[in-house]
Design a protein around this ligand. Sequence first.
Ligand code: ADP
Length: 402
Amino acid sequence: MKIFVLNCGSSSIKYQLIDSVTKKVLSKGVLERIGAGGSFLKHYSIYDYAIEIKRPVANHTEGIKMVFEALTNKDYGVIKDVTEISAFGHRVVHGGEKFHEPVLINEAVIEDIKKCIPMAPLHNPANLAGIKACMTLMPNAPHVAVFDTAFHQTIPAKAYLYGLPYELYIKYGLRKYGFHGISHQYVSEMAAKYLGRELAELRLVTCHLGNGASVAAVKHGKSIDTSMGFTPLEGLVMGTRCGEVDPAIIPFLMDKEDMTGKQVYQYLNNKSGVLGISGLSSDFRDLEKASGNGDERASLAMDIFAYRVSKYIGAYAVAMGGLDAVIFTAGLGENSPVIREKICEGLGFMGACLDKGKDAVRDGIREISTDGCLVKLLVIPTNEELVIANETERICKNIVFL
Ligand code: ADP
């Protein structure tokens, strides 16, 4: 089966065409600046073609059409006709409490995804725009939604409820949902395979460290806690997001800086995190360079980031009653030995010791802990698109058998 995987943002479409048998990516790309002027598509194919097409794209339907043209282009396309695509897998950020696993999309599912818009106002409308565009263009193909929140639906009430009046949970669904579930699930499964052990017997802490960052406690294959919350703002200090802060800071800022609630929210989302602390950049490559040149605030931002990650690892070891492995993934988790070293500094007492020599080698899945140490430290490249493709295939196979 050829499966088209989509990750739609409000002004972007990221996609991959994956062969579900060979697991190979046949084509992938990103279309940016939809509806914003200056739209451009960067498209790559398995035949080593990389092309960039600039042309105005007003909405997601036009965007998908443009991607389809690239996929079927006679020079660099990988399929002759879009009907060769067997199924569509859509990443959906928020599935609320309704979705515990991927589902085949129908009108009722669309309505339920709409109901989650208040909890993910930036993400779910964009995901729905992509779903609607694809369903309009390919009405006869199966479309599957794979949710970022679903993996965390196993988190128990003692971990997902806030210290707020219970009525607010009933009235508004105010609780921790967690995100990056597709990635946390994937790296947990890969860790079990790599270690040659059953996932059902492992206690793992998975650290998805990218622009957005979250940590999850995965006990016996199930998420039992995670650092992001009602929205992706909670938890770790991130590129531009503050992570957890004292809620009293919000009215304080509204008063002192003469801001509205909405302005404070944007401030905490876009101007905070390591960008806000360093005053320099949200990108750790810039921070590492500046820190190397003696920039103290860049060093401080990295220390604060790493300290918070290591605190979560400690907390989750307690939550799981022990720890077998810590997994680092996503842009920063996979690529920054400096950050991994800082995070691991305090973990030695638990039997998690970093081997700096091993950590210098960059090559796919690898163990970076010292030989024979009690808690394994692993780097595992994430592959959310492959999970979406696999889940889409699984759901579609079930339909055939029904
Ligand atoms: P997202 O998918 O959340 O946008 P990614 O997982 O792609 O983010 O991670 C992007 C971040 O990873 C960058 O902002 C940067 O901070 C970090 N990063 C990527 N490569 C490196 C590297 N070689 N060294 C340090 N940090 C890196």
